[in-house]
Design a protein around this ligand. Sequence first.
Ligand code: PEP
Ligand code: MG
Length: 570
Amino acid sequence: MSVSSGIAHGAAYVLSSVDETLVVRRSVDATEVDAELARFDVALAAAEKELLALGEDVALRIGTSEGDIFAAQALVVRDHSLHRQVVSAVQQNRVNVEAAVADVIEKFVRAFDQVSDPHLRERAADIRDIGRRILAALAKDDESSVLEIPEGSILVADELLPSATARFELSRVHALVTDRGGKFSHTSILARSSRIPAVSGIREAPLKIKTGDHLIVDGVSGVVFVNPDESIRGEYERLEAELSGYRAGLQKGLDLPSVTLDGTAVPLLANASKVSDTEAACLYRADGIGLYRTEFAFSIRGAFPSEDEQYQLLKRAAERIHPRKIVLRLLDVGGDKQLSYFPLPPTRNPSLAQRGIRLLLKHPDVLKGQLRAFLRVSAEHPVSVLLPVVGGIEEVRATRAVLAQAMAELGAEGKAFNPNVPLGAMIEVPSAAVLTAVLAKELDFFSLGTNDLVQYVLAADRENDSVGDYYQPLHPAVLRVIHFVADAARDAGRPLTICGEMAGDPAYTELLLGLGLRQFSVAPGEMLEVKNAIRAATLADAEALATAALAKGSTSEIEELLEQRRLARR
Ligand code: PEP
Ligand code: MG
């Protein structure tokens, strides 16, 4: 399945992993075994120490029973059987200690996954966590375990979670090939924003593909060729040349305004999740940062970033995009986005459980710390605050109460902030969409998060390949909800930006304009193509297209309509 468009070729670089922690697998010779085992002992001691400290921190911030989880994990780190099995894997299989840890953890996890007792099954997650922590400790002690990926490689892995991608320079990688990870998973979003072709759903990719194999990754049709013959190579060389010519043509549009053919300005903002994304946003002449996802800074750390760390990072992002605005979204964890140090109650249905603002309101200190960091940045930069996964007005009011406390504290400490910082909500839960007019009375702006909206309107998990066919952004129900929200926001005089992945697909731009959207926030790498589509549209035609689409009763009819429109324009 294609998760990020584009074509690339190059040598495969295969990684093993314990969840998001990727390790290079290499053979060691007899003389290296002792040194590897010594590194293992140092890492175990460091992991144990870290877990005990984390247990104390979490007990303070979240609760004693949550803190105990880490104390229990510290005991497992000292477990003899884990130690014995890793030692024997290094000695007998002659692999580096990272690969041995990954193998042993995988074996433990499989054993736990198979038991029928649900409580024991949940231990599998703990074991993974422990594995990640030991690997992180090994990474710290050994410079060589930082992933030195050769320039131009094609990364092959089971799954690449966002925090894993922080361990190497994504810009050195020419494409990604994974076994797991849906089109709307966060790594796919990252790949698209970095313009890296990516294909997922290649079963057992790390076992079937070897480091050094020549790969062609066709991120347009979702196919990967392993050591292809000359005729396939020739075909793709031609296509790559055509695509780069097209992109060079688009670059010429860099300084052209984002305005429809009939003269309506359509601000084009960028989505970002790390400071360097603001650099790309500037390069592509973004009108601001329409969505800054703060999860990334949390996910690459082993413990809560302090208020000051958050402030420093966000200040750098805001400075880079200044004087344009930056919309900072409060932490959206829960659902598909987990943090190892923020234990959530076990649930069968994470997307329908505690996540986003619901979770933050359960942990007001975490919420207040983040709001304080945002407010401090607002002293010097045009910051707006965005609430994730809002379901109704109560969550808005409860957040405002914490915001007021944060302001009072900062005031008392003599720290500057903008007392009128705009507050907005993601419209991504159907109840919030229905209540747009009600929410508008107490909020300053909205952001339409179609990634979640589609999953909740259609009851189709965005991360689950097996219901991928039901996840249909062009479903008639989705289009009606978008149209409804756009009308309601306009009637209430509240700006609405669309920031879900639909916004970044130029095939949808005209339709979205017709449905009433007038501001888009997309990955920097998608800006030029979307701008091109905006500049080729007139509102009259867009509205006629949207009216025709809204009259259709099925996704396939709407797809057919868009296809006819595309052919007619050509
Ligand atoms: C969305 O849901 O559309 C969105 C932009 O948020 P995220 O993808 O981070 O959940
Ligand atoms: Mg969302």
